[in-house]
Design a protein around this ligand. Structure first.
Ligand code: FMN
Length: 357
C-alpha cells in the first residue's frame, strides 16, 4: 500500500487504522498487533475509567514501540428524563427479560462520565494520536492535545460536522459512512441525517477541505482499501473486520453469533443505547423498534438494557444480543490481526495490478 501525507504525519507505514471499538473489543494485544504490523491500532477509551486507560496504555507500550491512538467520545449535554419516563422505558423491556428468564430491568439512572479525568489519563499516557467521535472537542482540549505534540483526529458524518471540526483545529477527519458498524458519530443531524455512504462522504470532504480524510464504513479487505484510496482518502479505518481478530476482546458467544448471522441484514437502531447504532437485526430490534415503544435518549437507554444484553450473551441467545456490525459483515473472518493485514496487502496489490495503476 502506498504511503500518503497522512501516513507520514501519523508516523505509520500502512494507510490503515484499526478502529477504536468501545465495549472491550480493542484489547492492548489487538492495538499493539496492528501497530506492529505497520497500521495504527486504536484503544477505545470512552467507557474506561482513568486508571484503566493508564493500565491499558501501559500494556500497549509494553508490546509495541510503534504509534497508537486512544479514542474518546466528546461529552454531550445529558437530556433530562423524568422518573415516569425511566420507568416506562424499563417496563417496555419486560417481555425480553421474561424470555431470558431474568428479573425485569430496574429504572436506573446513567452514571456520569468522567470526561475530564479520562482526558488527563489520555494526556498522561501520551499516545501518538488521539481521536474523537460524537462531537467537536472543546477548544481547551484541542489546545492541550496539540501542545503535547499529539496528532488530533475528529469524526464527521457530513460536511457541516467536518467544517465544525476543521474550525476547531482538528488535524485529520474520519469520514464515517452509514455502512459503518457501531454507533453513528453524528452530532449535527439537522435538518435530517442524510446517512451518506463512506465514498460520497469522502469525496465531499476531500473536495471541501485541505485536511487529510480517513474513510470508514464497509471496508473489509484490500480491494475496499484500494477503492477508498482511489476516492481520495489518505487512509482507511476498519472496525467490523477486526471484531473477529483473534486478539480482539470479543466474547466467544458473540463471535459465534456474528459468524452465524453475518449475512443477515443490519439496521441502524437506537433500541440498545438510545443512540443510533448499526447492528445486525434480531428479535430485540424487531420487538423494540416499534411505534409507541418508549426508548430513552443516550445515555439513559443503555443502562436499562445492559442486564438483558449480558444475559443474552451468557445464554448464547443471539436473538437478544447487541450485535454491532457494519454492512460489510458478510466479509468478517476470524484470524490473527497481523495475518489479516498481510492478506489485505495481497488483495490490495492484486486490485491495483488489475486496474493497471
Ligand atoms: C463494535 C464497534 C464499536 C465501535 N466503537 C467506536 C468507538 O468507541 N469510537 C469510535 O470513534 N468509533 C467506534 N466505532 C466506529 C468505527 O470507528 C468505524 O467508524 C467503523 O467501524 C467503520 O465501519 P466498519 O465497521 O464497516 O469497518 C465502532 C465500531 C464498531 C463495529
Amino acid at each position: 500500500m502506498h504511503t500518503t501525507n497522512l501516513t507520514k504525519l501519523l508516523g505509520i507505514e500502512l494507510p490503515l487504522i484499526q478502529a477504536p471499538m468501545a465495549g472491550g473489543y480493542t484489547t492492548p494485544v489487538l492495538v499493539a498487533s496492528v501497530s506492529n504490523t505497520g497500521g495504527l491500532g486504536s484503544l477505545a477509551a470512552s467507557l474506561l475509567k482513568p486508571e484503566e486507560i493508564a493500565a491499558e496504555a501501559a500494556a500497549i507500550r509494553a508490546l509495541t514501540r510503534a504509534p497508537f491512538a486512544i479514542n474518546l467520545f466528546v461529552p454531550e449535554a445529558t437530556p433530562t428524563v423524568s422518573d415516569a419516563e425511566l420507568k416506562a422505558a424499563a417496563d417496555a423491556l419486560e417481555p425480553i427479560a421474561k424470555e431470558l428468564g431474568i428479573e425485569p430491568p430496574r429504572p436506573i439512572r446513567a452514571p456520569v462520565v468522567e470526561f475530564n479525568a479520562q482526558l488527563e489519563a489520555v494526556l498522561e499516557a501520551r499516545p501518538a494520536v488521539v481521536s474523537f467521535v460524537m462531537g467537536v472537542p472543546p477548544s481547551d482540549v484541542v489546545n492541550r492535545i496539540l501542545a503535547a505534540g499529539i496528532k488530533l483526529i475528529g469524526t464527521a458524518t457530513n460536511e457541516a460536522e467536518a467544517q465544525a471540526l476543521a474550525t476547531a483545529g482538528v488535524e485529520v477527519l474520519v469520514a464515517q459512512g452509514s455502512e459503518a458498524g457501531g454507533h453513528r458519530g453524528t452530532f449535527l443531524p439537522a435538518p435530517a441525517d442524510r446517512m451518506l455512504g463512506a465514498f460520497p462522504l469522502v469525496q465531499q470532504l476531500v473536495r471541501a477541505f485541505e485536511l487529510p480524510v480517513i474513510a470508514a464504513g464497509g471496508i473489509m479487505n484490500g480491494r475496499g482499501i484500494a477503492a477508498a484510496l482511489a476516492n481520495g482518502a489518505q487512509a482507511v479505518q476498519l472496525g467490523s473486520v477486526f471484531m473477529l481478530a483473534r486478539e480482539a476482546g470479543t466474547p466467544p458467544e458473540l463471535r459465534t453469533a456474528l459468524i452465524e448471522l453475518r449475512n443477515a441484514p443490519s439496521v441502524i437502531s437506537c433500541v440498545f443505547t438510545g443512540k443510533p447504532a448499526r447492528v445486525i437485526r434480531n428479535r430485540f430490534v424487531e420487538m423494540m423498534d416499534q411505534p409507541g415503544i418508549p426508548i430513552l435518549p443516550w445515555p439513559h437507554q443503555g443502562p436499562l438494557t445492559v442486564t438483558l444484553r449480558r444475559a443474552a450473551l451468557k445464554q448464547g441467545r443471539r436473538e437478544f444480543m447487541f450485535l454491532l456490525a457494519g454492512q460489510g459483515a458478510p466479509f468478517i473472518q476470524s484470524m490473527p490481526a497481523g495475518s489479516m493485514i498481510r492478506e489485505f496487502l495481497g488483495d490490495y496489490r492484486s486490485a491495483v495490478k488489475q486496474l493497471g495503476l
